[in-house]
Design a protein around this ligand. Structure first.
Ligand code: NG6
Ligand code: CA
Length: 513
């Protein structure tokens, strides 16, 4: 592997290649990873949306690099985040599916992780916002009234201010450094994912108490009611600590901004996992009505506001130029994901999935093809890239950037794609594996979806899941919408794709890493 210095020397950036005066890459930029939730390829105006304007992300795209073939590691949150932080494909283990709100920490504390690598390099690290990787040592055994460990600190984050799981799952409290914020010790929190607590209202039995957003039929978000919205799971107590959904963006953004202000003197890595635009979508009133698409559109505007605040904080701290910012999403879009927020009714001609088929949960492209913008003035080539890139490479790529590619601890799945991420290499990966209910493999030209007995359609969310009992092969050059299965016509390509997937699988599945 090349060191950062040889990298700088052998791939000089074009702007200065001729006069040769370019400084070597700064090895210690701050890194801000803005990880949106359920934001689709077509949900930003810089990706073609016209029903919603996202000027703050667009500015990063204009002055940075916007990728058109970028992928999350999976089509849902937990496995994508697992891949992002460990550099290992989540499907190598069989317990990285959507985590319950009382799931134990999925990443083993001894593992080498993205934040750990930054820490070892002298960075201060923070996780702010959505976590969804579990907390505590054992499923369902957390005491939410004490410090819950292991958690972010045990895998390398110096500071954390997180939502343990998702907005629609209990416990609905912020955890700062793994302790519930603003908790009254006389009103302790109890959480259960199996039984309700005596005399506690639920969305199912007490719909009259659900005054902000009603759950969609049959999705199951009808258990405990927290501040006017019923959730998945049961909780009681902790009244003073419960979040108000309309304030979540403000709260996590303020904590991210504070972290930036406090740490501006030395290098830091900030993971900022937004709650937007996951359900329940209930943006602050100052964003409501900003689009004609209802809460879903307005939540995109709110997300863009958060991005703007982060940028502003970096500028005010005088470190904007020396910060590499990435904006991306954990998985593709979904319209109705459990609440009657009029997202379906008011979608109009907006296409959250862009030109692709499927969406969140799907093996079709829209499941994992996500917006991906890299901004780093003077170091990233500005424009648009069609390189094939994946979030699974975050660890390998950042290791190269900060000169920490000390080999053995970085899983083989996570590659150094720095030249592609900076816009120097127009190609990126040869292939990337995607994970939903089955595995997929995508090269520049072809997409293969392995046979699966899983359901082809999610009736609740109206998503084509892409599962078929037969092999599927699509020619992405002429059919990026994945409508014409050419598996029968292209036996050689099919065999080749299956072979790569088999080889990847043979490196390990069902592991307990
Ligand atoms: C699903 C939820 C959905 C959402 C998702 C996780 C149901 C029917 N649906 O199980 O509402 O919470 O989990 O989304 O329970 S993710 O983006 O965090 O992966
Ligand atoms: Ca998600």
């Amino acid at each position: 592997m090349r060191s950062i210095l040889t990298f700088g020397a052998c791939i000089a950036l074009p702007a200065t290649a001729q006069d040769g005066t370019r400084e070597p890459l700064n090895e210690r930029p701050n890194i801000v990873l803005i990880y949106a939730d359920d934001l689709g390829y077509g949900d930003l105006s810089c990706y073609g949306a016209t029903r919603v304007q996202t000027p703050n992300v667009d500015a990063l795209a204009t002055n940075g690099l916007r990728f058109r073939n970028a992928h999350s590691a999976a089509a849902t949150s937990t496995p994508s985040r697992y891949g992002l932080f460990t550099g290992e494909y989540p499907w190598r283990r069989n317990d990285t599916g959507i985590a319950a709100g009382d799931a134990a920490l999925i990443i083993k504390p001894h593992r080498f992780t993205l934040p750990r690598m930054f820490q070892e390099a002298g960075y201060t690290t923070a996780a702010v916002g959505k976590w969804h990787l579990g907390m505590g040592a054992e499923n369902g055994k957390q005491n939410w009234n004490e410090r819950v460990a292991p958690g972010p600190a045990e895998i390398g984050f110096d500071y954390s201010y997180i939502m343990a799981a998702t907005g629609d799952r209990v416990p609905c409290v912020y955890m700062e450094n793994q302790r519930a914020v603003n908790l009254d010790p006389n009103d302790p929190i109890s959480v259960s994912y199996t039984n309700n607590f005596k005399d506690e209202p639920t969305g199912k039995e007490n719909p009259e108490l659900v005054y902000k957003l009603r759950p969609s039929l049959n999705h199951g978000h009808n258990m405990s009611i927290v501040n006017g919205i019923s959730r998945i799971g049961y909780m009681k107590g902790g009244k003073s600590a419960l979040w108000e959904d309309e304030n979540i963006a403000d709260s996590i953004t303020i904590h991210a901004v504070r972290f930036i202000e406090k740490n501006k003197e030395k290098p830091f890595f900030l993971y900022f996992g937004t709650n937007d635009i996951h359900v329940p979508r209930f943006p602050h009133e100052r964003f409501r009505g900003k689009t004609e698409m209802g809460h879903r559109g307005d939540a995109i505007v709110q997300l863009d506001w958060s991005v703007g605040e982060i940028v502003r904080a970096l500028k005010e701290a005088g470190i904007f130029e020396n910060t590499l910012i990435i904006v991306t999403s954990d998985n593709g879009p979904v319209v109705d994901d459990g609440y009657m927020d009029e997202a379906v009714e008011k979608l109009m001609d907006h296409k959250p999935w862009g030109p692709f088929r499927g969406g969140k949960y799907s093996t079709f492209e829209a499941g994992t093809r996500v917006p991906f913008v890299v901004h780093w003035p003077g170091n990233v080539r500005e424009g648009v890239s069609d390189a094939l890139v994946s979030q699974i490479d975050m660890l390998g790529t950042m290791a190269s950037l900060i000169g920490r590619e000390n080999g053995s601890s970085i899983p083989e799945d996570s590659r150094n794609q720095l030249p592609a991420w900076l816009g120097i290499d127009p190609d990126g990966r040869d292939y990337v594996i995607g994970a939903a209910s089955s595995l997929t493999i995508l090269t520049h030209d072809w997409k293969y979806i392995e046979p699966s007995n899983a359901s082809p359609y999610n009736r609740l969310t109206n998503t084509e899941l892409g599962n078929r009992q037969a092999d599927q092969l699509y020619d992405m050059r002429s059919d990026r919408g994945e409508y014409d299965n050419v598996a029968e016509k292209n036996k050689l390509i099919l065999r080749f794709m299956k072979q790569i997937l088999e080889e990847e699988k043979s490196k390990g599945m069902g592991l307990n890493l």
